[in-house]
Design a protein around this ligand. Structure first.
Ligand code: PLP
Length: 463
């Protein structure tokens, strides 16, 4: 029996085994297929696969998905390589020492890319959410150690971050009992303001998070300016507050397209950086990375040593077992493209994002919030004089053509602003002209609406 059988639809299975036999198998299966109760009996492998494959046709088309930051396309060579490695468990470094070696090489390469003074302090994770939690846990523990050493209370830690922070930061603060101190949006400032962030810092602040770039609109937060303002704070009152950079997307874009921008370990207060290998790192979900500036930024007491897989292995992770294939896919992308290749693909994505945003800005119906010149991601809204439809109508109508372009409202203090967001990845660059054609076809129909669709009927966006 092949380990990775070719993809077969129900129709192909029917051709192979005979439509009648398939029908009788499906009959025996007692259509509809078992859904909620644990099935009593086995069924034929081809039938099981075909039934599931048919059902999955109802999922969205990943290539038309302009909502997600996550990789929807890899080269066939990478896909094959990863499929060959589905059985590898990342935690089992004794059984799979070479996969562990590839992980360690990726960590070194990222340290190199982000100008870490000390190579190789970091690990892979399931994504940026886990990586952010590990980074923030290290900040919290170091703060606690310092407070206890000074004989001062260490019970009420807080973390300063923009209100635009991704949900993983709310989770961190909730799960690990840290008070989040959010810098609100203000007018046309849609991400963290430096002065406002510094004003929220006190002796209980474990760190400030700077996001490269914001999930809401693709903009980069000002890491170097934040660093300078925290220096001034230290000069004034002695508080020494580190920065964690959430580079979920931007840490795999800025090194190639904005090499002179100081956002990484060249900025002295940057203690740790995370990225999602499965976003602009170009790997299928789920792999992420966290790198620390140097070994003493990661308190030893957070690192567990286990010997039940043979050998004594240090581990710092929320999960235990997890797939090794994604790490192998990441190493493939790094050696396949190198700096030159990454620069070319990210440049293509940014050029396409900026081209599309300019195209949309030339329509009187739309107003840009960002233009795709930082992350290849931009947000736009309807012009003030458009009263017949709103961004939710545009999103819904585009969805009828298969496009997923999310519409959502901004957070606190700018809840009045609702936008559409486009995420350009290498996998969808070529399709963008078709999106404009579809939009142009839709606009006259949207103008014929008397008013925007009922608020209750709007779809919300959960990323
Ligand atoms: C800025 C930022 N941080 C963290 C995350 C969470 O990343 P992941 O989906 O890899 O867990 C995202 C996801 O979109 C993000 O945009």
């Amino acid at each position: 029996m092949p380990i990775h059988p070719a993809k077969k639809s129900a129709a192909e299975v029917a051709r192979e085994i005979g439509a009648a036999e398939l029908a009788s198998m499906q009959l025996a299966l007692g259509r509809p297929a078992p859904k909620r109760h644990f099935p009593e009996t086995p069924i034929d492998a081809d039938v099981a696969a075909a039934v599931i494959r048919d059902e999955l046709l109802l999922d969205g088309n990943a290539r038309l998905n302009l909502a997600t930051f996550v990789t929807t396309e890899m080269e066939p060579q990478a896909t094959a390589l990863m499929a060959e490695a589905f059985d590898k468990n990342m935690i089992d470094k004794d059984e799979y020492p070479q996969t562990a070696e590839l992980e360690s090489r990726c960590v070194s390469m990222l340290g190199d890319l982000w100008h870490a003074p000390e190579a190789g302090v970091g690990c892979s994770t399931t994504g940026s959410s886990e990586a952010c939690m590990l980074g923030a846990l290290a900040l919290k523990r170091r703060w606690q150690q310092r407070r206890r050493a000074q004989g001062t209370p260490a019970a009420r830690p807080n973390l300063v971050l923009g209100i635009n922070a991704q949900i993983c930061w709310d989770k961190f603060c909730n799960f690990f009992e840290v008070e989040p101190r959010f810098v609100p949006m203000d007018g046309a400032r849609y991400h963290l303001g430096v002065e406002e962030a510094v004003a929220l810092c006190d002796e209980n602040t474990i760190g400030v998070v700077a996001i490269l770039g914001s999930t809401f609109d693709g903009s980069y937060e000002p890491v170097a300016e934040l660093d300078a303002a925290l220096d001034a704070l230290q000069e004034r009152g002695g508080l020494d507050i580190p920065i964690h950079v959430d580079g979920a997307s931007g840490a795999m874009v800025a090194p190639f397209l904005d090499p002179d921008l100081a956002w990484d370990f060249r900025v002295p207060r940057v203690a740790s950086i995370n990225t999602s290998g499965h976003k602009y790192g170009r790997v299928y979900p789920g792999v992420g990375w966290i790198i620390w500036r140097e070994a003493d930024r990661l308190p030893d007491e957070l690192v567990f040593k286990v010997n039940y897989l043979g050998g004594e292995m240090p581990t710092f992770a929320l999960n235990f077992s997890r797939p090794g294939a994604q790490v192998i896919g990441q190493y493939y992308e790094f050696i396949r493209l190198g700096r030159e290749g990454f620069t070319a693909v990210q440049r293509a994505a940014r050029d396409a994002a900026m081209g599309l945003s300019a195209e949309l800005a030339s329509r009187p119906e739309f107003r840009l919030i960002t233009d795709g010149s930082e992350l290849p991601v931009f947000a736009f809204t309807t012009a003030d004089d458009v009263t017949a439809f709103d961004v939710y109508d545009v999103s819904r109508r585009l969805r009828e053509r298969g496009w997923q372009v999310p519409a959502y409202s901004f957070p606190k203090d700018r809840e009045d602003l609702s936008v559409l967001r486009v995420v350009v990845r290498t996998g969808n660059v070529d399709l963008l002209e078709l999106l404009v054609d579809d939009l142009d076809r839709l606009l006259p129909e949207l103008h014929r609406q008397s008013e925007p669709l009922d608020v209750e009927q709007r779809e919300t966006f959960h990323h």
